[in-house]
Write a protein that binds this ligand. Sequence first.
Ligand code: UDP
Length: 239
Amino acid sequence: MEKLALLYEGKAKKVYKTDNQDLLWVEYKDDATAFNGAKKGTIVGKGVLNNLISAHFFELLAENGVPNHFVKLINERGQLVKSLEIIPVEVIVRNLAAGSMAKRLGLEEGMDLGGPVVDYCYKSDELGDPLINDDHIRALKLATPEQLKTIREMALKVNAVLSKYLAEKNIILVDYKLEFGFHKGEILLGDEISPDTCRFWDSETRQKLDKDRFRRDLGDVEEAYKEVYRRLTGKEVTF
Ligand code: UDP
């Protein structure tokens, strides 16, 4: 597989064309941003860890019937994925109140929501990814009600599979963000699933093992990402 022209560079990843027009080469970077790009930094080794962690989750989800874009790992920082026409909606699934939901509704972080809560945000850096609902998604023609039903069902299936799997690794899946897209007419889960896009808490201590350590200057950011990798795979990464 050949890496061809850079197609797109985002905050955490670079996407390259390949010699197969259906497949893209995604390279994960160490750059970290938060608060819509207002806070910037580097988390050493993050690209490697997020690439390997995302691949691990995508494989697990494919085995459990959640179709996704992952094809195979290329190297420590890179993975081959199916090209998607991304639906500009961030699908956020929450099990415990945290982050923007806790703030918006005045809830204590960690409050059990008694079942998953799904939020949708319109993917727009310019507008700051505003919260939208099913009707907005239809009105803005981002997805049809039928497509949104499929997306919601997939997002909840991800929740069931990952919550159970992570619980066995002593991790609470607090919340996470997913993105979906079309590949040859089929809706696939895309983007990444990593400590950048999920909140992971240690089941016993509720210690944060995710990007909140960077957002809130809690320290030990690299160590937290490594700990997630260790718990998922039983392996160490060395850099
Ligand atoms: N999230 C993300 N990208 C975004 C916004 C949110 O990956 O642009 C993830 C975030 O890491 C968390 C979940 O989605 O796991 C819910 O985030 P929230 O809405 O609470 O926003 P935040 O507190 O991160 O601003």
